[in-house]
Design a protein. Structure first.
Ligand code: HEC
Length: 141
């Protein structure tokens, strides 16, 4: 009896923590937090979602990523409200957390990468196959 009570008091916080976690979309691995579909609709066309799910950043870092995407990745110009929603989702769900000793370096301050990244190869292959639309996806989920 005593053992059961002890075990229960150990497990309760773990169960509570698991319940707080946002469910993941089985197809993309994205956190299904509010507005996740808008981000999916814009950000998985050219490359795998892992490209950005493994990144962490503040709102300012994600703003920079989107601008860099537009300059170097061929991302279309976004409607300001859509852009704000996308950046808000990314910063809220893929923020830096507590495990950074300093803020991540904004992509615009990084030197150009001379190597082909997986994201670039994937996007270029899709481009050749004509799978990348010239315009943003239609609004809505
Ligand atoms: C029109 C195509 C296109 C769209 C749409 C697009 N990207 Fe990209 N993305 C690219 C390309 C091309 C690269 C590779 C750039 C390079 O390495 O030079 C890339 C790379 C990235 C990287 C860096 C990955 C790495 O391996 O370093 C991140 C992060 C990223 N994209 C995030 C996003 C986000 C967030 C969105 C949605 C707002 C998005 N992308 C939409 C084309 C796109």
């Amino acid at each position: 009896m005593r053992r059961t009570v002890l075990l229960a008091s150990f497990l309760a916080p773990l169960v509570a923590a698991a319940a707080d976690e946002v469910a993941l979309d089985p197809a993309t691995g994205m956190k299904m937090a509010p507005d996740w579909e808008i981000v999916r609709n814009h950000c998985v066309i050219c490359h795998s979602p892992q490209t950005f799910l493994q990144q962490r950043g503040t709102e300012s870092t994600w703003t920079d990523v989107v601008a860099w995407m537009q300059r170097h990745g061929g991302l279309w110009k976004l409607d300001p409200a859509v852009e704000k929603t996308i950046i808000g989702y990314l910063a809220a769900n893929y923020g830096p957390g507590d495990h950074f000793r300093r803020a991540p370096i904004p992509p615009s301050l990084m030197p150009p990468n001379p190597y082909a990244t997986e994201a670039r190869l994937e996007a270029e292959a899709k481009q050749r196959e004509g799978k990348i639309p010239a315009a943003p996806p239609a609004p809505g989920k």
